[in-house]
Design a protein around this ligand. Structure first.
Ligand code: A3P
Length: 292
């Protein structure tokens, strides 16, 4: 990771981004070669897949699944990689050879998920977060993570976010495409906000969805180990120097610290256009979390 960050510091903001099939990605950790290699990754029936748009709670849920599998199998999953799309193409071979169960995570749009995962109907946990908090989280992350272009102001970031010019493209494209599959039998959608407000119930739902049979005591232990406070305290060990960047505030409603009324209205308009009236839009509980 330190080598990647040193490489990033030598790149111009433009060089930090590569485009693949029309979507921008961080060029220090994503490459066309790896995307091509991923096409041959065969899914297994017992794989576990986490899907998020960036900054919606990916690292939180990865940790939860690792803790759950630790109780089930006595050891953590053999793959401790982050997103399937990160890294060199050779790493795909390591993913192919890893023992089951494999926990995968990704920010990919639905259309770019390796085909075999769709054909095999791999169990997929889709974690959603309201688009305004996601934006603020993404802004701070971009300015503190050298592999992403940084921004001189919130307004400049907002402009790229609302126009889908940030890495992984538009929040709204990502959510509306996944939203079309929200009723697929192998997909369960859950929001960051619901997890925060009723953590115990949602942990249980996650374990049941993946067929992981855990006792109340085990679930309680996992709950304690994966609170924001606990994950932040351990973040230097788990995420090195970027620990505090990954585990920043973990709150609902921080968007009010940066959004102007006009920016809030722009997001409202996008929500109306892409997600209002859809099942995924309903899940986001937009009025409750995004009203100015
Ligand atoms: P903030 O920047 O708003 O604090 P990702 O892992 O997808 O990059 O998401 C990062 C966001 O999830 C950050 O949001 C981070 O603080 C929050 N987060 C991570 N672990 C969390 C936890 N255990 N509880 C609540 N929020 C958490």
């Amino acid at each position: 990771m330190e080598r990647v960050q040193a490489e990033a510091k030598r790149k111009t903001p433009e060089e930090l981004v590569m485009i693949y099939k029309g979507i921008p990605y961080p060029s220090c950790i994503c490459s066309e070669e790896t995307f091509c290699a991923l096409e041959s990754l065969e899914a297994r029936e017992d794989d576990l897949l986490i899907v998020t748009y960036p900054k919606c709670g990916t690292n939180w849920v990865i940790r939860i699944l690792h803790e759950m599998l630790f109780f089930i199998g006595g050891k953590e999953p053999s793959i401790d990689q982050a997103m399937i799309e990160f890294g060199k193409p050779e790493k795909v071979q390591a993913l192919k050879e890893a023992s089951s169960p494999r926990v995968f995570s990704t920010h990919l749009h639905y259309k770019d998920i390796p085909k075999s995962f769709l054909e095999k109907k791999v169990k997929t946990l889709l974690i959603l977060r309201n688009p305004k908090d996601t934006a603020v989280s993404y802004f701070h992350f971009s300015n503190n993570n050298p592999i992403l272009p940084s921004y001189d102001s919130w307004d400049l970031f907002f402009n790229d976010y609302i126009n889908g010019k940030v890495c992984y493209g538009s929040f709204f494209d990502h959510n509306s495409a996944w939203g079309e599959h929200i009723d697929d039998e192998n997909i369960m959608a859950m929001t960051f906000e619901d997890m925060k407000l009723d953590y115990a119930t949602h942990l249980k739902r996650i374990s049941e969805f993946f067929g992981l049979s855990l006792s109340e005591e085990q679930l309680k232990e996992i709950e304690n180990k994966t609170t924001f406070k606990s994950m932040k305290e351990n973040s230097e060990g788990t995420h090195g120097k970027l620990g505090n960047t990954f585990f920043r505030k973990g709150e609902i409603g921080d968007w009010k610290s940066l959004f102007s009324e006009a920016q809030s209205k722009e997001v409202d308009a996008k929500f109306e256009q892409y997600l209002a009236g859809t099942k995924l839009g309903e899940k986001l509980n937009y009025k409750k979390y995004c009203e100015y």
